[in-house]
Design a protein around this ligand. Sequence first.
Ligand code: B12
Ligand code: SF4
Length: 599
Amino acid sequence: MLPKQRSEAGAARKFRVVLVKPSHYDDDGYVIRWYRSPMPANSLASVYGLLDDCGQRQILGPDIAMDILAIDETNTRVHIDRIIADMRANANFGFVGLVGVQSNQYPRSLHIAKPLRSAGIPVIIGGFHVSGMLAMFDAIGPDLQEALDMGVTLFAGEAEGRMDEVVRDAAAGALKPVYNYINDLPALEDTITPFLPGNSVRKTIGNVTTFDAGRGCPFQCSFCTIINVQGRKSRRRSPDDVERILRKNFEHGIDRFFITDDNFARNKDWEPIFDRIIKLREQDGMDVRFLIQVDTLCHKIPNFVAKAKRAGVTRIFIGLENINPDNLLAAKKRQNKITEYRNMLLAWKAVGIWTYAGYILGFPNDTPESARCDIEIIKKEMPLDVLEFFFLTPLPGSEDHKVLRKKGVALDPDLNKYDLEHALTAHPHMSKAEWEKLYRDAWSIYYTPEHIETVLRRAQAYGINILRLAQIILWFAQSLTIEKVHPLQGGFVRLKSRHERRPELPLDPVWTFYPSLALEFLVKHARVAAAAWGIFRIYRRVRKSAHTPYMDQAMTPVSEDDTETLELFTHNQSAREAVDHARKVKTLTASPAAAETAA
Ligand code: B12
Ligand code: SF4
């Protein structure tokens, strides 16, 4: 039997909800699952919180209790047979919710849904794939139709304020095929606090959790899904909401947070939220710390960086994406100005905050040579700590995906591969094999022992905790080579079950599966130990030199000469043009008359 959670004592009946945040399949067809995943899933916590609230308000009446179980498949095996038995014992009174389903998780979701539907259990799929497809296309595509044909209900848009309707319909056995709220996005102020019960959180690595302080981003990057699913308008939780979330977690010993807003710098209430957190830290003694995602112009917002520091931000994630202005323009990422990159990174460094940046490989102007050269320039001239690479991916929900589909361009039909780790369409200058090789090589070009040492030396000079940074570098540098998954999909100790394989692939015989699993386990852990020892030695060397001042080109304050001397600004025609453009803008806006005209 499945464990019970959250039910009201004394109620005559229970409405059983099993929430599953699905994982997806690796390239060998096995579900990616870990003994411990890095942190609780915010989508799962959001949906759990909303259902829990329905239960507490007894929306189905005083004699019906809500009984909710949350399973994150990245750290827990989904025993479909047990869910079926459990639901059957409850006369299928309830539903299974597949939560926060991304495109790459959609095939796995259908595989989970199929036997449940055959057993007559109501199933609902929500998340970015369904929302993205319904946001961009009027007609239901074959992938969503497959779910509908099975009798699965699709939920598009956000569930805040809509969960009562779904629960009531499910209880009445009258779920609609589609709930489409994509054009009616709810306000987030005073909405229900995301929440996960302790046994779910304990399956994650540390004292870290996630929450979104807001949704939506004003920019228009063509590869982005967020703007089409969550909109371009900033909707946000209030400072009171944020304080409630922080206090609730802090009481349970959780003091590290990943604020999942895709661009916290464009959350219209970033300042009152930071001010509230500053109060909690400085007056109420709550030592809470944060990782936030921002854009490359955030340093220009008055007080943003300084208040982030005081609010306990220790790390930021930036979508750097590329250093070729032609590529940024092609992706409509006009807000990313290479002339501002160094200013921005140095502003964060000056307050001792370290940086993760995402870098996309496979923009139209990339060649294997140019991309390799760009990574070398970044290493030399930009004070970045952790760099992570992605394939340019036409994600369902993005403008890129819609345009390619409309043009009839061939796209890989296997949604499981839409995880930013696969080449899914033809590239103008690279074969698929060259693109894949570039992706694999990019990690080893960036994470050389020499460069790891440089990153640690720079960080030490800025007063950053380099032991923690070294651990994160180990994770990012080795994940792809050792675990064959992107670090953001990684976890602690990979688990595999013989039966958790894509149904299209054969079941491995016992006599080959288990020996190769054991060998894989040993080899991987030996490699992790060797890599950890290598990075630890670098760390020790850097630590010993703590009293010797360190400076290099990347750390040099930005000067007028940069544009003549740094390769970042001279490496190709479009970089030189970007510099000319920035100069013109500066000259124009320096003259009061021009400033008036510009205004
Ligand atoms: C935080 C985050 C992460 C974190 C996860 C941390 C965590 N544990 O929460 C990390 C960094 C680890 C991560 C990794 C990845 N991510 Co991510 N991630 C996000 C991000 C920024 C926020 C997710 C979130 O919490 N959203 C808020 C929740 C509340 O929204 P929601 O999931 O849509 O849920 C709402 C509705 O959909 C609905 N709903 C959802 N489920 C259900 C179920 C039912 C029954 C009902 C009624 C309603 C319902 O109600 C919810 C509340 O309103 C999103 C972008 C975004 N803004 O959402 C990308 C995003 C989801 N990630 C994405 C991707 C691709 C990935 C990776 C594959 C990337 C990679 N290669 O590493 C991995 C996959 C890892 C994994 N196992 O999930 C894509 C998915 C795009 C797509 N079309 O599939 C997104 C959209 C970003 C993007 N680039 O476009 N991610
Ligand atoms: S800045 Fe980020 S969230 Fe905003 S549109 Fe671009 S990719 Fe999307």
